[in-house]
Design a protein. Structure first.
Length: 211
């Protein structure tokens, strides 16, 4: 239930709580005899009005209970969403921090490449992806002909996958086939900052990111 719906229901509930007017069918004048049927008819009108108002009060109480339950449910949902957003906002923001000292082949696996980064940049460091390298303002020096980078595929057209850097990668040859094959092609960055395909059998540094 959104806010407008809740307000509308509250207005409806408030309207239903207004007591009905009592219409007395017979008016008696002094000195005029009051017939029993007319007196009873007046009593019946009063009784009917009282019963209707009692039913309205009951309906109003039930409607208020429903509104209260919905408000409570919405409050719980809002709190859950707020906590989720806060968790995302407070999560680690990884950025490119440099190159590992160690050199590894492209078949060393995610864990192996990440471990090389953690030696130099701490336990939260990992293999950097191409978006993080592109977004970086630092220009650390490379001592090898390139460094391994996790490609971020922007789109695929036929057998060509285009990295977010704009580099076209042949299907099946990027990231050394999940960094587990030293006999194919991997992806990385050259000393001049250009993204390129690299031989997975080469022993190269690793581009690293950390919070």
């Amino acid at each position: 239930m959104n806010r407008l719906t809740t307000i509308g229901l509250l207005l409806l509930v408030a309207g239903s709580a207004i007591a009905d007017d009592v219409t007395i069918p017979n008016t008696f004048t002094a000195g005029t005899p009051a017939r029993a049927a007319e007196v009873n008819e007046n009593f019946t009108a009063v009784e009917t009005s009282v019963d209707d108002n009692a039913m309205d009060v009951t309906d109003t109480a039930q409607a208020l209970a429903t509104v209260s339950a919905n408000v409570g449910a919405n409050t719980t949902n809002i709190e859950a969403v707020t906590q989720a957003v806060s968790a995302l906002a407070s999560g680690p923001n990884y950025k490119f921090v440099g190159f590992s000292t160690a050199t590894l082949t492209g078949g060393s696996g995610f864990f192996g490449l990440t471990a090389a980064c953690q030696v130099d940049f701490g336990p939260d460091a990992r293999l950097a992806n191409s978006q993080e390298v592109i977004d970086s303002t630092i220009q650390p020096a490379l001592t090898t002909s390139g460094a391994w980078v996790q490609a971020v595929i922007l789109f695929t057209a036929g057998s060509v996958r285009t990295d977010v850097s704009g580099f076209p990668i042949s299907a099946g040859t990027h990231n050394c086939i999940s960094w587990g094959d030293s006999n194919t092609w991997g992806f990385g960055v050259r000393p001049n900052g250009i993204m390129d395909q690299l031989l997975c059998s080469d022993s190269l540094q690793v581009a690293c990111s950390a919070p």
